[in-house]
Ligand binder design. Structure first.
Ligand code: TRP
Length: 432
């Protein structure tokens, strides 16, 4: 099976709660441990700016969410874990995508439409209080996904439309400029529970009914004691169906534990005792994670370093890919226009593809590969020495297209696959 790239973002505008843990953090961490996947997890702090105008909150939430994912077992050595705003290529790609995105499509985005509907109902201007950031939200999200050519995007159902838009935007770009983007798919976790909150409605910040994941033990107990129940007295059999308490228990317990808990409901367990059991069961899973979380929160510098390392890994992909996309849309160094002309063959006879080494004004050594007509096929980043550039050229001549992936990080521009592969083959054949 080929490697699947999995990518997801977490908006940094709140404090992680039990619902986030069960619905997102826990399944994602498990998935990241599977060997056939290459995972990208990022803190969507540019998205947070759309939701909140409170700088301290964005910063605090970024810290809390990063600490949560790390405490819950995300391995930053194994996955690429980064902060969106550490990748300047993301807003750059957002613009390239903006220019191929239909405004009409954005008009139909659920979140935007909801705001307009609300305004219409209130007799206000349709766009009253709507920022262009909210309107553009799906394009920024498409850039997040397309930058890393993700195949699978694990998200909640409310985000499916955004993934569909990312596909549409990718298809428009590919149609216009060549096959650069993988079309992503939403991966909906159907077997993870949606947790009820303190009042029995879905646990959500907007209902103010959440249980934060990492409150101190005694506070967790207090919150659990406050979950709504019906008025059945001790000894009276109780319904598991529709019991928030029961659903919470189930999300943490094994099948046997859950069956036993259901039995106790039938036997008329007192609500106070049921809450006590729920609390102990939750705390059994959370306590060891909480210890790590508390240490991490005390050490923001170490989290900062972890995120910077993640950004380096992410940019090793994003920087060369953006260079390729810039070139694809026509944002190209002007020198390449002239070289294409100069190398036009004067006779009808076709030339072989060729490599050219040259030195840039920054003193570094580069190479480019041109096809027989002088069209640019590859362009490298700068090397410290001409010898290093020569080694890379040697590999390309010898191994052909197979050398492209291992050399990826050294390439600033890569033309479309088909002509490039054909030219490399041609050279390989001529060297034999
Ligand atoms: N919009 C997502 C949410 O609110 C967060 C997000 C931003 C995201 N960029 C993404 C999710 C890219 C998946 C992929 O949940």
């Amino acid at each position: 099976m080929s490697i699947q790239r999995v990518l997801t973002g977490i908006t940094t505008s709140g404090t992680p709660h039990l619902g986030n843990y069960v619905g997102s953090v826990r399944p994602s961490v498990r998935m990241s441990l599977q060997p056939q996947s290459q995972s990208f997890y990022f803190l969507a702090d540019y998205h947070a700016l759309i939701k909140t105008g409170e700088p301290a909150r964005v910063q605090r939430s970024t810290l809390e969410i990063a600490a949560t994912w790390l405490a819950c077992g995300l391995d930053p050595e194994k996955v690429t874990f980064y902060r969106q705003s550490d990748i300047p290529e993301i807003p750059e790609l957002t613009w390239l995508l903006t220019c191929v995105t239909g405004k009409g499509m954005l008009n139909r985005a659920h979140a935007y439409k909801a705001s307009v509907d609300k305004n219409n109902a209130a007799g206000a201007e349709p766009d009253h209080g709507v920022t262009a950031g909210l309107f553009m939200y799906p394009v920024l999200m498409a850039a997040d996904i397309l930058m890393f050519n993700a195949h699978q995007v694990p998200v909640g159902r409310d985000q499916i439309q955004h993934i569909e838009m990312a596909r549409d935007i990718a298809a428009s770009f590919n149609h216009l400029y060549g096959e650069h983007f993988t079309l992503p798919e939403a991966a909906i976790e159907d077997n993870v529970a949606t947790l009820p909150g303190l009042d029995g409605r879905k646990m959500s910040k907007s209902y103010d009914n959440t249980i934060p994941l990492f409150v101190p033990r005694n506070q967790l107990r207090k919150l659990i004691m406050g979950i709504v129940t019906d008025s059945r007295t001790p000894g009276e059999p109780k319904e598991t169906e529709g019991s928030a308490l029961f659903q919470l228990y189930q999300a943490f317990a094994t099948a046997e534990e859950t069956a036993d808990f259901a039995k106790q409901y039938q036997d008329g367990i007192a609500w106070g005792d049921a809450k006590e059991q729920l609390f102990e069961r939750l705390d059994r899973e959370i306590a060891p994670l909480r210890t790590v979380y508390d240490q991490l929160i005390q050490n923001p510098d170490s989290i900062e370093r972890t995120l910077k390392m993640g950004a380096d890994k992410a940019r090793a992909v994003a920087t060369p890919f953006t260079a390729r996309l810039r070139s694809a849309v026509g944002l190209r160094p002007l020198s390449l226009v002239s070289s294409a002309k100069i190398n036009k063959p004067s006779t009808a006879k076709a030339h072989l593809p060729s490599f050219k080494q040259y030195r840039e004004t920054d003193g570094r050594f580069h190479f480019k590969m041109l096809d027989g007509q002088g069209q640019l096929l590859l362009q490298s980043h700068g090397f410290d020495s001409p010898k290093d550039a020569g080694v890379a050229i040697g590999r390309l001549r010898k191994e052909g297209a197979a050398a492209l992936t291992p050399l990826q990080a050294l390439l600033a521009f890569q033309a479309e696959e088909a002509p490039l592969v054909a030219a490399l083959k041609e050279l390989q054949a001529s060297d034999e």
